[in-house]
Design a protein around this ligand. Structure first.
Ligand code: PEP
Ligand code: MN
Length: 333
């Protein structure tokens, strides 16, 4: 339940009285709201004197619910670019799975500029499934990304693998990516809540939509309104593709959730041949952005080599997205 507080009331007193209901006081969209356990269906009488308006919510799907705030939240990036809000933008975020070396990431940065892409993606801290594979360049990778931002004016999205390096990721990025495997990491979510940077949370491949929106609640309730969600495929019985892209889930999120939605066809498919068709389907879903893995030489990539598009493949994909975007009233950025 969300309680819009009366102007001039003693907020701290309200917070104190809300302790049995696990209340959290949040400054959201310029107003003070008290969020209490989603299990409470009726306003506790002790809180009545403080309540201007009461919004019952569905379980603990609260600040991210359209039932509370119907308008889609806007992510304002430092360059003036907006994701979500009242825009019709679909922002392309492209780049390799991992930063591997300066030459590789610089080639991608130059390709982004040539293609008019504003957001460069690449991981420096990689959450690999085995300890015997490339784990990312770590801090060195973040510094290379920061150099690309300075040199080419690109915005950087990069992921945090765990809470030990989250502050460095926040410092060096424009958007902090919380990876699918990190979706439940409360150290990361807490730090993202305090950060003044946009956050993109990827859906864990075994996570329900409810669990995904609840992960976002940890960030929102800690005071960071700049959150977006990313569907990147979930695990089903199917093994021919890497994961199954849950477009029904995206339709549900669009209807019920007030956060911008990003789609990642690359990790869902797992194979480059399927990514262009899926990317077009993703654009047609009317989402706020696409995350596509692009590498100068995918066969030589140190992670996710099978799913990355080469430059020519991406250029062809982008050309095919332009008329599609126009046809459905989307501004492709
Ligand atoms: C990635 O974006 O490279 C990545 C590791 O994605 P995910 O967390 O979705 O597996
Ligand atoms: Mn990857």
């Amino acid at each position: 339940m969300i309680i819009r507080l009366k102007q001039g009331c003693d907020k701290n007193e309200a917070l104190h009285l809300a302790a049995p209901f696990y209340g959290i006081l949040v400054q959201d969209g310029g107003e003070d709201v008290l969020v209490i356990s989603g299990k409470i269906q009726e306003l506790p009488s002790i809180l009545e004197p403080f309540a201007e308006e009461v919004i019952p919510t569905e379980g603990d799907f609260q600040l991210s619910a359209r039932r509370y705030r119907n308008e889609k939240r806007a992510i304002k990036l430092s360059s003036g670019l907006t994701i979500g809000g009242t825009t019709t933008n679909c922002v392309l975020m492209i780049g390799p799975c991992s930063v591997e070396e300066e030459e590789q990431i610089e080639a991608v940065a130059q390709f982004c500029v040539a293609q008019g892409i504003r957001v460069l993606r690449a991981g420096a801290f990689k959450p690999r499934t085995a300890p015997y594979s490339f784990q990312g360049l770590g801090l060195e990778g973040l510094k290379l990304l920061a150099r690309m931002r300075e040199k080419y004016g690109l915005l950087i999205i990069t992921e945090a693998r765990d809470a030990t390096h989250i502050e460095a990721v926040i410092e060096h990025s424009d958007i902090v990516q919380v990876g699918a495997k990190a979706m439940y990491d409360h150290g990361i979510l807490k730090a993202c809540g305090k950060a003044r940077k946009p956050v993109l949370i990827k859906r864990g491949f075994g996570s329900t939509l409810q669990e995904l929106v609840q992960a976002s609640e940890f960030v929102l309730s800690a005071g960071n309104e700049q959150v977006m969600l990313c569907e990147r495929g979930i695990r089903t019985f199917e093994t021919k593709t890497r994961f199954t892209l849950d477009l029904c889930g995206v339709a549900w999120l669009k209807e019920h959730c007030n956060l911008p939605i990003i789609l990642d066809p690359s990790h869902a498919m797992g194979y480059a041949y399927g990514v262009p068709d899926l990317a077009r389907a993703c654009l047609a879903m009317g989402v706020d952005g696409l995350l596509v893995e692009v590498h100068p030489f995918p066969a030589k990539a140190l992670s996710d080599s099978s799913q990355q598009l080469n430059f020519e493949q991406f250029a062809r994909l982008k050309s095919s997205l332009i008329p599609l975007a126009q046809a459905i009233g989307i501004t492709l950025i």
